[in-house]
Design a protein around this ligand. Sequence first.
Ligand code: FAD
Length: 699
Amino acid sequence: MCCESKRRFLLLYATQKGQAKAIAEEIWQQAGAHGLEADMHCMSEMDKYNLETEKDPVVIVISTTGTGDPPDTARKFVKKIQDKSLPPDHFAHLQYGLLGLGDSEYMFFCNGGRTVDRRLQELGAQHFYDTGLADDCVGLELVVDPWIDGLWLALREALQLQKEKEGMNNAVDAVSSSLSTAPHAVHELKLSSELQNLKLEDEGARGSDILSHKVDDINLVAPARDTEPSLVHSVPPVSQSALNIPALPPEYIEVEFQDTQGENPHLSSLISEGTTFEVPVTKAVQLTREDAIKTALLLELDIADTAFEYQPGDAFCVICPNNVSEVEKLLHILGLSEKGDDFVCVKVKQGTKKKGASRPQHIPERSTLKFILTWCLEIRAIPKKAFLRALVECTSDVGEKRRLQELCSRQGASDYTCFIRDSNVCLLDLLRAFPSCKPSLSLLIEHLPKLQARSYSVSSSNLYQPGRLCFVFNVVEFPTGPSRPVSRKGVCTGWLAELVAPLLHPSKSSLGTKGESSSPEKISIFPRPNNAFHLPADPSVPFVMVGPGTGISPFIGFLQHRQKLREQHTDWEFGETWLFFGCRHQDRDYLFKQLQCFLESGTLTHLKVCFSRDSSTAEVAPPKYVQDVLRLCAKEVARVLLKERGYFYVCGDKKHMADDVSDAVVDILSMEMEADKLEAMKILAMLREAKRYLQDVWS
Ligand code: FAD
């Protein structure tokens, strides 16, 4: 899009799951109200912008994926700017502001943004605005909202500076001159808030319900006896505040109901990441005892008749549907129960005000309504504030309307965090709590994100079990709570658990137990690329594996592979192998007791286990966690890593575990090398860089 020269800025986004794009769109939209115009492009559209010649300020919104990689759409860009032959003043002409998105549950928080930021700095580019790093773990909006608020003033100043630089001393254009100083800008922001409040009141007045902030009306929201806020009740000061609420996102989707004739698209058409394979589940084993806190299942897939290939340590993705009864409930609430099997045609609404509006790629042009709700939309997603804002318009009850407004307002930010985000509230929970809210199907398509395939680490070796792929997972449980009257299971793990229920034999507790079945249940999977979490190429190199809980999963694949190699190549030299495993109770959730077999065969040289909740009568309390056991083996770990140039692998489902383990390794290195902590941290960083310290961590 071409914009009037001096009010223009370039807006680039690189998105993996759509969040960076949504934020860029928000910036694009707000820009107009600030007298600016954003020339917005996906970072991958490198033919549409040119940073080498860019004179206007550049705003970059970029997310992070995998273990700290930039999103796929930024790969080409990152490769280009990382060209070592570029001179240090390559981007000296460039002014930019960057907003990185990440999740501090993962290692290398916001690394996608940090990588681009660092490199742009190295190449001489200047910040016109401080970098923002938003954390999905606590709520992106905590950083995103204030970052966007501050962006406008910074942009105007950058544009002003640019004009001055170009020697244009005559009066700047109306917008930048009137808004180029802080007091003006603050005034303007305040003004726009007031306008927003006015607009809200107008809207209320236009409808049948008059929205007011008077205390009398608060009773509609919070009965006098309710002194505590909840999802549906507010208390002062929120309940009495004038609200700054986000602008109403423009509608852009149109849904046309057709007949019931035809076939739904194949699931593979929903995936852009590569080929999908539909494979039978041949075995299911419950690895935990019934009284364990979590239920861990191992599934075996038959991949013999497919071209699916993997190495131990790889992860792959499972395409999963939403829960059938939740889809039914949603259809009921939408008033479309009778139309579930009707084909719908999804199009962009004519004359929409949304910039660059296009049909979301995850929604087929034509499919049944049930197909869309089952396979395409993440109906469990935590509703974003923009969605809440749009839901306000579909809510007739005045009290409910006000509460939804509060939840998406700046004043209600902590209520949003507490009652929506931290409570893992989904659309169905909201619709149950706000019964007069009746959204349209098109609104759901506009606001619900793509139903993502879930990743799992392979827990087998293709050498050891040709034609088979195993994986292990904990069934995620969401207990009931004030905002959720019914407990739920994770979308994918709940579905898989239900799917394989007939295959599960009661009281299975180890891999060796038979669970074979001729069940024809099939699931669709596809490979997950870009993984360095593999066995050392040289089998004589020793390695340490740390995998508490289901984190042990890829190491079973490593050990199976190693066992087979030892049988096949009796003349090869094999390095020693260490495995550190931990769980709560030895007799309830020790997932793979047959590790003993690997130990007996010599494939596993050292097995160190610990149980965090078992009581002990020993005089000296045994170590509880893997990092405690690691410390007890400090000398050996240091020897493997430093003297023998070995590898260190960490896998598990908690960020804290990975941090605790790396802290232990720093302590070990510092102690054994008699070096200070900083020196030990540098060594660990070098090991990471050399890909000899590898992590596969998920939340
Ligand atoms: P969802 O419905 O997506 O719910 C999970 C979400 O809910 C998470 O965001 C979590 O933070 C949150 N949550 C979980 N429990 C609660 C609770 N009680 N209350 C509130 N919120 C909660 N998982 C494995 O089990 N085994 C593996 O081998 C494995 N390997 C992975 C490899 C990679 C590379 C990655 C990225 C992830 C891996 N995972 C693995 C995680 C897996 O992809 C899924 O995230 C997990 O199985 C949950 O999926 P779900 O659809 O069942 O849960």
